[in-house]
Design a protein around this ligand. Structure first.
Ligand SMILES: NC(=O)c1ccc[n+]([C@@H]2O[C@H](COP(=O)([O-])OP(=O)(O)OC[C@H]3O[C@@H](n4cnc5c(N)ncnc54)[C@H](OP(=O)(O)O)[C@@H]3O)[C@@H](O)[C@H]2O)c1
Length: 369
């Protein structure tokens, strides 16, 4: 059966790879495209892949013919799809995930922020099997848990250490944008690349894993080669892992075709190319933002919403050259210190906490500039 796929965030790092997979797999058909503002690339994609719906969330000027925008845009992009790939960056992705939940459409989830800020709202849909993870670590764990008796002892997320891994501690505070965007193993969008350098991304993944897999012990180890994409430790003490060179097309194809496995060879990989595989403990002193965000996740309520909003504002300010790399952690810390937590009961409560935390983060950034 042909599966119609909506690609939200089609102009991004994940979105563009997904389009190549859809084109290569005869069982997948592109239903719709959505981006934020990159109209030039969107128009190229429209011409090349001819989707039924092409949409833009935030048009700068006139909307070209055949492209829709405005009120109810997400519903129009999602309606008629069998699977939605949510590859929007940031908490802006939550609304799309909630529409998938409400319509009962399978959600291939790259937008980890949906779970960081709105995990509670997606809990029942995850339990019902509506959410298939795309993040490479979570895709690995999802696959490793398949047909395994529960409970398992623990899961271990691997972390490359990001671009800041080899920068000496004394230089880290003032590391430049080019240096931080130069990730050693993964080619990704700007925000997640910066988040990998601060380890905020790994903290988000800990929160994401808790929502996806329930109350399991979660560890993190640094694995610079990014060949082992995470581990599951079974009750008998043995370890299960998925290995291969870093390539997001592997978890993407798995999520888009799940539960079918119509294999197209997309990775030409050989263990002889991998070299030595190393694992080491995460140095939590070097990555203070990791502790702050993991703690926010443990505290629940709106704490992770505040942490994410602060990080989004701080990362944008760093990329714009307004604040230093070291200030990202300072912004998160200060926003969390002043946050008045509330229960998360619906999208509105998430958006309110998000708005207030952004406002506060922007005030702190202005002071630091
Ligand atoms: N890249 C990876 O390898 C990777 C791996 C695991 C998980 N993820 C997760 O996947 C998500 C996307 O990451 P990415 O690296 O692909 O980011 P990216 O390259 O920055 O792309 C982000 C995409 O989201 C679109 N977008 C932004 N705001 C939007 C809005 N309000 N409405 C609709 N579309 C919007 C952008 O459109 P414009 O181009 O028009 O701005 C772009 O298409 C993130 O949550 C990230 O954490 C990424």
């Amino acid at each position: 059966m042909i599966r119609k796929v909506a690609v939200l965030g089609s102009t991004g790092s994940i979105g563009t790879r997904a389009l190549e997979i859809i084109e290569a797999c005869p069982d997948l058909e592109l239903h719709s495209l959505l981006c934020n503002s990159n109209i030039d690339l969107l128009m190229k994609q429209k011409k090349l892949y001819a989707p039924s719906v092409t949409a833009i969330a935030s048009p700068g000027g006139v909307c070209p013919d055949g492209v829709i925008t405005g009120q109810g845009i997400l519903e129009k992009v999602i309606d008629g799809a069998d699977t939605v790939l949510n590859a929007i960056v940031g908490s802006a992705g939550l609304r799309a995930s909630l529409i998938c939940r409400d319509l009962g459409i399978t959600l291939a989830l790259a937008n980890k922020e949906s779970l960081v800020v709105g995990g509670e709202l997606l809990r029942a849909y995850i339990t019902a099997g509506g959410v298939i993870p795309v993040d490479s670590e979570h895709s690995t764990i999802f696959r490793c848990l398949h047909r395994e008796p529960r409970p398992v002892r623990s899961i271990t997320l691997t972390a490359s250490g990001g671009s800041a891994r080899d920068i000496p501690a004394w230089k880290l505070q003032t590391a430049g944008v080019d240096e931080i965007l130069n990730h050693p193993t993964w080619a990704m969008g700007a925000r997640i690349t910066v988040d990998s350098a601060t380890m905020v991304n790994k903290a988000f993944e800990v929160i994401e894993a808790r929502w996806l897999f329930g109350e399991i012990k979660i560890d993190v180890v640094v694995h610079p080669q990014s060949i082992v994409h995470s581990f599951v430790r079974l009750e008998d003490g043995s370890w299960k892992a998925l290995m291969g060179k870093p390539d997001m097309k592997v978890p993407l194809q798995y999520a888009l075709q799940y539960p079918d496995r119509i294999l197209e060879v997309i990775s030409d990989d050989c263990p002889l190319d991998w070299g030595t595989l190393e694992f080491s403990e995460l140095d939590r002193q070097r990555y203070p933002a990791f502790n702050l965000v993991v703690r926010a996740g443990q505290d629940g309520k709106s704490w992770p919403v505040a942490a994410n909003a602060a990080d989004e504002v701080a990362v944008a300010a760093f990329l714009a050259g307004k604040i230093r790399f070291g200030n990202i952690t300072a912004v998160i810390e200060e926003v969390l210190a002043g946050h008045k937590a509330c229960e998360i009961s619906d999208l509105e409560t998430v958006m309110k906490a998000d708005r207030e935390s952004r406002f506060e983060a922007e005030r702190i950034v202005r002071r630091l500039c």
